[in-house]
Write a protein that binds this ligand. Structure first.
Ligand SMILES: [Zn+2]
Length: 133
């Protein structure tokens, strides 16, 4: 047994935690995604993309932002793997990806901002509730 010891000994079992500490990189990746959410405009954009798929021009209008400013936010969210773009003709449509990370942030935003999912149905989209039927 090569248990690492802590400087203070309080008769707790905390030293066992040292064997179960996840890699630092795992926390760094999570912090990177949370850092993106530290900008409330970007958080709002990400939340929007959790509920609809839209092109840059329409997203700019919805967010009341210039296309270059909006594109900058999209680029950061895409680099972190939270959103994806789909090209159709001349347009690229963006939406949040269906990943544990994106879903966790979606839920976290709604819980922390005390808001809920909009009750709208996007044509062609199936909600989790529908899938169970
Ligand atoms: Zn939602």
């Amino acid at each position: 047994m090569n248990l690492q010891t802590l400087p203070h000994h309080h008769h707790f079992q905390t030293e066992r935690m040292l064997d179960h500490m996840p890699r630092q990189e795992a926390f760094a990746a999570a912090a990177e995604m949370m850092k993106l959410m530290s900008d409330y405009t970007r958080m709002r954009l990400f939340w929007l993309l959790c509920h609809c798929e839209e092109c840059v021009v329409n997203l700019s209008a919805m967010m009341n932002m210039s296309s270059p400013a909006l594109s900058h936010h999209l680029k950061l969210l895409k680099a972190c793997g939270l959103i994806a773009g789909r090209r159709e003709g001349k347009e690229v449509y963006y939406r949040a990806v269906n990943s544990p990370e994106a879903n966790a942030l979606h839920l976290m935003i709604e819980q922390m901002a005390a808001i809920s999912c909009p009750e709208i149905r996007i044509p062609g989209e199936e909600s989790a509730a529908d899938a169970e039927k």
